[in-house]
Design a protein around this ligand. Structure first.
Ligand SMILES: [Fe+2]
Length: 235
């Protein structure tokens, strides 16, 4: 079974699921896709746009109740996809924005137009605040789109790397396919996640993505990525 650590499955809080029924469909689809744990990661822009945490908490509880009622073999955890802002490190330190499943790992998103200096500065500050930054969909940022930079993100700035399953399936636009393949070949990818927003179009894709991973890069690489996600739950 798989863990999806990046998902916009909870309705009514961002551009993910638009209503309760869509969330229910997405939860059923996740089970059919071999997923047994989902960390719900709505978009949050810390200190810039207010996030409706009360709404999220309420919808999250309703989703748990649905899972119990339907007896789905699925566990849900709270999290967030944080679009990096200057206030992010402080709000993380103060516990005012969520990490992934209450761990010290924070899923951080950047704007595709962000410069490398901005990204490395952000990673340093998140690390300095006592958290481990996970770069959400690493394949999207041209400014850090070289292997040397990816290695530097990990060794110098202690960041981890997440790639979207759809990218692996070549369903998402990708200008630098060679870069992505090299990331996998060199074992630089820590997490595959669906980043699912809704059905259809950005639906869940964990099982097919992991199959591609296994076929192209071998069972050892696939298994390493599959197991790696457990660090988010180990504390
Ligand atoms: Fe996302």
């Amino acid at each position: 079974m798989y863990t999806d650590m990046h998902s916009h499955v909870i309705w009514g809080v961002d551009d993910g699921a638009k209503d309760r029924e869509e969330t229910w469909d997405m939860l059923r689809e996740a089970v059919n896709d071999g997923i047994s744990r989902i960390i719900c990661t709505p978009h949050i822009t810390p200190g810039v746009y207010p996030f409706p945490q009360d709404v999220f908490d309420d919808h999250f509880e309703q989703a748990l109740a649905f899972i119990r009622k339907e007896k789905l073999p699925l566990s849900l955890y709270k999290g967030a996809e944080l679009l990096y802002t200057d206030l992010t490190p402080r709000l993380l330190r103060e516990g005012k924005v969520p990490t992934l499943a209450g761990s010290r790992y924070a899923l951080i998103e950047f704007s595709p137009s962000d410069k490398a200096d901005h990204i490395t500065d952000a990673l340093q500050k998140v690390t300095g605040a006592g958290f481990v930054p996970i770069i959400a969909h690493m394949e999207r940022y041209p400014a850090i789109g070289k292997i040397r930079q990816a290695e530097e993100m990990k060794t110098r700035y202690h960041a981890l790397i997440q790639i979207n399953g759809r990218t692996l399936l070549r369903k998402a636009p990708l200008l630098r396919r060679g870069f992505q393949e090299e990331l996998f070949r060199r074992g630089l990818v820590d997490f595959i996640a669906t980043d699912t927003h809704a059905l259809p179009g950005r639906e869940t894709c964990m099982t097919p993505a992991m199959e591609v991973l296994k076929d192209k890069y071998g069972t050892v690489a696939a298994s390493a990525i599959r197991q790696r996600v457990n660090i988010l739950f180990d504390e």
